[in-house]
Design a protein. Structure first.
Length: 731
């Protein structure tokens, strides 16, 4: 009988466990806290009450139409229409719209803005809610943008010069090179001829009727969404939105919206582009894939797998970049959306001058290594822990989420990719239920699916400098063939089992406490002389911000040390902590929401960081280790210097850099502390001097004030047991 009961319990427990896994074929529900609907005229609306920030509302008009829909005689006019929306509507003639919003304290740019892309045009307002009329005006502006822009001949003609100047300001080296490689990237696609900025020959001379034609064709309710998120009564706002935007008439004789693809091709397309003002060398690998529009729970699980893959491949590339003699300055790989119905696997690498083949090969080898052998269980465990921690923090702060973040999510849901919006409650549930079901085999299969020999594009960009070699198309083809046949070894995950702290610090004591009523904070004085200031806030439920300051900074040194003082904190951070190199420390902290960054400024040195509530002890341990067990490694210094030299190699060719350097020098009245960093001044950085500066600036915690702000539990912070006592620098 006991065996039978135990057997039944086992079955029921197994059933309970199995029931936790959601139906992968089920459709992802829309966030129940949001009112979403479609009016009779076809316009979509999203309304959500959200109280962060207080007394503010985010308003958006999203138009599912961009430069890709322009006729040949309209290239640039989608962007032109965006500009004209600010130059006169039925209820806000000429410049009255901007003038009104500025009169109530709104600033053009941060709070009044718009942008045009290939596939969309988006208008944004951040409206104060001090008065109900401000919100009414904001909704009226969205209404006017959607259907009442005047596009007068006079205003169109005046705006031509404004757009031309915007175009001129974007004609730097990167823009010039992009014009050369974009037709290869978008080969045989409409996108190649529809950059949003357009053709200035069209902008300068098009008849005003062409601008009005674009607006009449594509600014219509079935291609528009109104998004309203903010600190208001949601039920009342839904009614206001329905009443106002239902007045837009149904568009008659509407033009059919075409769909444009990016054709796939056999093999690999290659384009090498140089420019004398380019400041760095780079190589980009793109592998195009059809967009997979999957709004089921299984699709959400697939998206989680993509994030895990991206995290793990980039952790490997970051580890390589931190080696003493790295083959590249920076590299990154990821899978994500491109334009229209196209996804792309991309690998980007910034290389040392003349070393593009070496840098590109290193990244291709890492891609191939994943394809051949996959990732390791330890890598997957860390990536899962980091993703779960990030989601847990987001969930804990779900009631303090910024309105703009929610509005942007609705915008992505409305546009072509139809990003699901289940809400953070549901997303956190999915993470807890789906993450354990994702196996190493699941993620490894992605590399075999994504890394294909067809639909590939390789783009090389580099400075046009005499004596600096740039690979040819044939060189790139040869390199790709070499990687395809290379004998690659599996990745070895070097992980330390050592504890973060070699020994627990001796607890300090609080020798005095006092209130700071002006800012509603407390100050503790510790037995080592350090001051600790704590202020509890409710801006976020799961965040604690941290700063520490000590007197001194680089002002206590001679100007001849300026390069070494500039780099000292960075080298210390790049070296890791205690017995951990920087890559090993990253692995040790996987799943922890805690970070600390040292700095040395003009008259202070210190730290800045943050953590979740549960990881505040880890935060304090990191601070402790910077005082008690720091690292300043020669290998980290060498790696940093190699990368800096590459970044500075052709910087002088950039007009923007020349202007910035000159401005800083003149504005400082030619201060010896403000010298442009060049390859020559870079040589002044001295490892031994950096080591001595770090020891000098971060040896005595008693000189520091430690400041914690956030959702703090004061009792748990006492007695500050992980804040360092007065200790010698232990190298």
């Amino acid at each position: 009988m006991k065996k039978l009961i135990l057997g039944l319990l086992t079955i029921f427990l197994a059933m309970g466990s199995y029931a936790q896994v959601p139906d992968l074929k089920a459709k992802i529900p829309f966030d129940p806290k949001t009112d979403k609907g479609v009016l009779k005229n076809g316009l979509t609306y999203y309304v959500r009450a959200n109280h962060t920030p207080k007394n503010r509302a985010e308003l958006m008009l999203v138009v599912s139409a961009g430069s890709i829909l322009e006729d040949d005689d309209q290239q640039g006019l989608a962007h032109f229409c965006e500009h004209m929306s600010f130059n006169g509507t039925k209820n806000f003639p000429k410049n009255e719209l901007v003038n009104y919003f500025e009169s109530i304290g709104m600033e053009f740019g941060p709070e009044i803005n718009a942008y045009t892309g290939f596939d969309q045009t988006v208008y944004m307002l951040k409206v104060p809610l001090d008065s109900a009329k401000y919100m009414n005006k904001g909704l009226q502006v969205l209404y006017d943008w959607a259907s009442q822009v005047t596009d007068s001949n006079d205003e169109i003609n005046k705006e031509r010069g404004v757009i031309h100047e915007e175009w001129r300001g974007g004609q730097g080296a990167q823009q010039r090179m992009m014009k050369q490689w974009l037709p290869v990237f978008f080969k045989d696609s409409h996108y190649a001829d529809r950059l949003p900025i357009g053709k200035m020959s069209v902008v300068d001379s098009c008849p005003p009727s062409a601008v009005r034609r674009f607006r009449n064709d594509w600014y219509r309710p079935d291609l528009q969404a109104v998004i309203v998120v903010g600190d208001f009564d949601q039920k009342k706002m839904v009614q206001e939105v329905k009443e106002k935007f239902s007045q837009i008439p149904i568009h008659k004789n509407e033009r059919k919206k075409p769909s444009y693809d990016v054709p796939f091709q056999k093999g690999t397309l290659i384009k090498v582009v140089t420019d004398p003002e380019a400041t760095y060398s780079s190589a980009n690998l793109y592998i195009k894939h059809p967009m997979e529009l999957d709004t089921t729970v299984g699709g959400y699980r697939e998206m989680m797998m993509h994030s895990l893959y991206n995290s793990m491949i980039n952790a490997r590339l970051s580890e390589i970049a931190q080696k003493e003699n790295p083959p590249f300055v920076f590299a990154r790989s990821s899978y994500g959306g491109l334009v229209g119905p196209v996804d792309v696997y991309s690998s980007m690498v910034v290389t040392h001058p003349g070393k593009i083949p070496e840098g590109l090969k290193a990244v291709l080898i890492e891609n191939q290594r994943v394809k051949d052998y996959g990732f390791t269980e330890s890598e997957l465990k860390r990536a899962k822990a980091s993703m779960m921690s990030s989601m847990e923090t987001a969930y804990n702060d779900r009631d303090k989420r910024q309105s703009i973040s929610i509005a942007n999510e609705y915008s992505r849901n409305f546009l072509e990719r139809k990003e699901p919006v289940p809400g953070l409650d549901k997303e956190y549930q999915y993470y807890k239920e789906l993450m354990p079901t994702i196996t190493l085999a699941d993620v490894d299969a992605l590399a075999k699916k994504w890394l294909t020999p067809d639909n590939r594009v390789v783009i090389i960009t580099a400075p046009d400098v005499k004596g600096v070699p740039v690979p040819t198309n044939d060189d790139v083809k040869k390199l790709l063939a070499e990687v395809d046949t290379a004998k690659i070894k599996p990745y070895k995950d070097q992980v330390s089992d050592a504890p973060l702290m070699p020994e627990q610090p001796t607890p300090g004591k609080i020798v005095s406490e006092k209130k700071i009523p002006e800012v509603n904070a407390e100050e503790w004085t510790l037995s080592n002389g350090a001051k600790v200031i704590l202020k509890k806030t409710d801006f976020k439920d799961d965040e604690i911000l941290f700063s520490a300051y000590g007197p001194g900074g680089y002002s206590v040194y001679s100007p001849s040390d300026d390069v070494s003082t500039d780099f000292a904190a960075t080298i210390m951070q790049m070296s890791g902590l205690s017995d951990f190199t920087a890559p090993e420390l990253d692995k040790k902290l996987a799943g922890k929401v805690a970070n600390v960054d040292p700095f040395i400024r003009q008259i202070t040195q210190g730290f800045q960081g943050s953590s979740s509530k549960k990881d505040v002890e880890t935060l304090m341990k990191l601070v402790n280790l910077y005082f008690t067990h720091p690292r300043v490694d020669q290998s980290a210094f060498n790696s940093f210097m190699t990368r800096m030299e590459s970044q500075l190699d052709n910087r002088k060719a950039s007009p923007e850099a020349a202007f910035s350097d000159t401005f800083r020098v003149v504005a400082s009245n030619y201060s010896p502390w403000v010298r442009p960093l060049t390859k020559q001044t870079l040589k002044e950085a001295n490892f031994d001097r950096i080591k001595a500066i770090d020891k000098d600036r971060f040896s005595n915690a008693g000189d520091f004030k430690f400041i914690f702000v956030g959702n703090i539990d004061f009792d748990k912070m006492k007695p500050g047991r992980n804040l360092p006592g007065f200790v010698a620098y232990n190298r």
